[in-house]
Write a protein that binds this ligand. Sequence first.
Ligand code: GLP
Length: 246
Amino acid sequence: MKVIIVSDKNHMGRVAADLIEADMRTKTPYVLGLATGSTPVPLYQELIRRNRETGLDFSTAISFNLDEYIGLEVTHDQSYRYFMNHELFNHININKDSTFVPDGLAENIEEVGKDYEKAIRAIGGIDYQVMGIGTNGHIGFNEPGSSLASRTRKVRLTENTILDNSRFFERKEDVPTDVITMGIGTILDTRKAMLLASGSNKAEAIAKSIEGPITATVPASSLQMHPNVTWIVTEDAAVNLQLEWN
Ligand code: GLP
C-alpha cells in the first residue's frame, strides 16, 4: 500500500494521471474503473490535456463507472452518465459504446447489478480503479455497514451522504435516496486501485481508512486489503495521519 501526499488538487491530478498513463502503455485493451464527484475532476482534466497534447490514446480503452443514482434521467445534469460525458468522455477519443455506467433507470436493478459484474468479468477485470471518498468513508456508494464482500447492487443512501450531495441539487429533497454501486468485493478484485482525497473535510475519513482498523463501518478501510492500492492525498486531507508515509 502506497500513500502519496501532494501539495494541492492539480498536483494530485498529475500524479494520478502519471500512474494511469504508465499502466495504460503496458496493456491493450485497457479497462479503466472511473468515479464521479468533484475530487477526480483534476485527474480528468489532465487526461484530457494529455489526450490532446501528448497523444495519450483512449481509442481502445473500456471504462466501467462505480455507481449511478436510481431514477435520474441520463440527461439530468446530476446523473453520473451526464457527469462522465461532460467531464471526460466528450473530450477524449474514447468510443462511447465502450463506456459503461450502471443503468439506474432499469426496472430490475438486481439484474443490472448481476449483468454489470458479468460484463466486468467477461472483459478480464478492471485494470485501474479510480475512487474518491465520502466524508463518512464511503467508496462508490458503499455506505458504512456495507459487506466487505458486496457486489454491484442497490443501496439506500445515508442521511449524511444525502446532505453532502445536496450541494449539487436545487433542494435536498431532489437527491435520489437509492443508488446502484459496485460492491466492496468488486472494488477489491480490481488489478490496481487509487483513492484520491483533497480538502480538510476528508481528513478524518482518510486517517480512519489508512491507519484505522479494517471495518465495514469505514468502507474505504477495506482498501488496506487491496493488493495494489495507492492513496493520493492533498496535505490538508492528510493532516490526521500519524505514520510516516512517502
Ligand atoms: C459521491 C460518489 C463518490 C464520491 C463522493 C465524494 O458520493 N458516489 O464516488 O467519492 O461523492 O464526492 P466529492 O469528490 O465531490 O467530495
